[in-house]
Design a protein. Structure first.
Length: 343
């Protein structure tokens, strides 16, 4: 088994030195092989990591004479923001980034960050599987040096707090809530009455433990995989967002693949999506069970309508600011009609 667990400082220094030496080149030679580095911020038992390991095995089975794939979990290559920058320069080849982070690189990603954009998980999945919806957004960062190659299910984002359960938007007043580092998420918290506290995901546990923040918002996996359920005892299903994680690839590397190689990589990207989504279903069930029975987390199911009404102005404002996104927004609404909420 490959030695992936290296000191973060050593790896960052190595890949940054690589970027300096190779310019926009995206891999180094190891014998006749090129090393392909993929970074993400989740643990090794997370669906994202499992899917990336499946990709590693697939690529090495098909193209192992040329490519040696290495997957680095748990922010070993830096924070998400740092990994995106490394992918831009070609110091690493791929990384997983939150859609909310990508909003800072392309305004098109703002659409997927809208609270209550999708009426149901079925509408969310159907929309993300529709290339006429995702294509213009995924390709919008090419000038920045990278593009999205597939999406990953990150479930629904909900509020979880240390001391105070969230049953209505009014319960958020006066609370400092960690949000992802995007303007849309900050605005959402303002409308809901809470105080947005953007910070990197790796800093959240300590901030919760020391009560620098009162809570956060994420899917159920954050409670168990990242230990947030050890501190936060209330998890409220307000279901304010269904935001995908995105696997992005360095443009120079992708464009440098032969037609045959690119076809194999595309198969691999499809495999990542399939494996990750299959693993996600059981992972969420296991996370809820562990959080409730081992960490003592109480799961709450508030009426989501007041939360939706508070965030509704963001939809109109987004369409006014980005009229080019209106056709994509309308296509998503069509899926919402086809797959309405069961609540």
């Amino acid at each position: 088994m490959k030695k992936r667990f290296r000191a973060a400082a050593f790896v960052l220094a190595a890949v940054m030195a690589l970027g300096t030496l190779t310019g926009c080149g995206s891999a180094t030679a190891e014998g006749d092989q090129q090393i392909i580095r993929i970074g993400h911020n989740q643990s090794t038992n997370h669906p994202t990591h499992i899917a990336l390991v499946a990709f590693e095995e697939f690529i090495e089975d098909k193209l192992g004479d040329k490519y040696n794939v290495e997957v680095f979990p748990s922010e070993l290559l830096g924070s998400q923001n740092e990994m995106v920058q490394l992918t831009q320069t070609g110091a690493i080849n791929f990384c997983v980034a939150s859609n909310s982070l990508l909003e800072t690189f392309s305004e098109n990603y703002t659409l997927f960050n809208l609270p209550y954009l999708f009426a149901s998980s079925e509408a969310y999945h159907a929309s993300m599987d529709d290339e006429s919806i995702t294509g213009p957004i995924f390709e919008s960062t090419k000038q920045a040096g990278f593009e999205a190659v597939t999406w990953l299910d990150a479930g629904t984002r909900n509020f979880y707090t240390v001391d105070k359960p969230i049953e209505t938007p009014a319960d958020l007043r006066g609370l400092k809530i960690r949000v992802q580092q995007s303007p849309t998420n900050v605005q959402m918290m303002q409308l809901l009455g809470g105080s947005a506290t953007p910070m990197g995901f790796g800093d959240v546990y300590t901030a919760l433990q020391s009560k620098i923040i009162d809570g956060a918002e994420n899917n159920e996996m954050a409670l168990t995989d990242n230990g947030h359920g050890d501190v936060c005892k209330y998890y409220s299903y307000d279901m304010h967002q269904m935001i995908p994680d995105i696997l992005i690839g360095n443009i120079a590397f992708l464009d440098g693949l032969s037609e045959e190689e690119r076809a194999i990589f595309e198969e691999g990207f499809t495999l990542i999506n399939q494996v990750q989504r299959e693993e996600w279903v059981s992972a969420v069930e296991n996370a809820k069970d562990r959080a409730a029975n081992e960490q003592g987390v109480q799961f709450l199911y508030p009426d989501t309508k007041p939360f939706q009404e508070a965030c509704a102005p963001m939809h109109e404002a987004m369409l006014e600011q980005y009229p080019d996104l209106a056709p994509i927004y309308d296509a998503i609404q069509a899926y919402n009609e086809q797959y309405p909420s069961e609540s």
